[in-house]
Design a protein around this ligand. Structure first.
Ligand code: FES
Length: 142
């Protein structure tokens, strides 16, 4: 939980949602997985995760569980237009779409299953932090 509190969460409401999401014994995806903390992107200091202020379009209203290997570098889709969600497929390079967001490169500390954000609104790119529970995100995808 300390990693959550150290980060700059946008609002008390969001902090409450994150705590509920990661401490609940039942509920939706991350809580059910008994995740205690949000994983760390080992490349976050070297990549663009915090340099890009804009979020992409909302792709889905829930996270996506994926197996990641600790020795691989991944690119998480930030723009929300990739057809290989939650990972980048290069769609942002299509000049006709005029997409400003770039993918977030990331690595994980150990191999395993991770919940990656698929709403593209997380403040802990690329990992789900419970932001998707906000009403406007839930309402955006039918
Ligand atoms: S899917 Fe959970 S924060 Fe985006």
């Amino acid at each position: 939980m300390s990693i959550i509190l150290k980060r700059n969460l946008r609002s008390p409401w969001l902090l409450k949602q994150v705590v509920a999401c990661y401490s609940s014994k039942s509920g939706d995806a991350p809580a059910a997985a008994a995740v205690k903390t949000i994983p760390k992107n080992l490349l976050e200091d070297k990549q663009t995760a915090y340099l890009q202020k804009e979020n992409g379009v909302i792709f889905d209203k829930k996270p996506f569980k994926i197996h990641l290997d600790k020795d691989k570098t991944y690119s998480w889709c930030l723009c929300g237009k990739s057809k290989s969600q939650p990972l980048c497929d290069g769609m942002h390079k299509n000049e006709f779409l005029k997409i400003k967001e770039r993918p977030i490169r990331f690595k994980v500390e150990k191999s395993g299953d991770y919940w990656l954000c698929n709403c593209k609104q997380t403040t802990h790119r690329p990992f789900c932090d419970g932001t998707h529970k906000q009403p406007h995100i839930q309402a955006a995808v039918k």
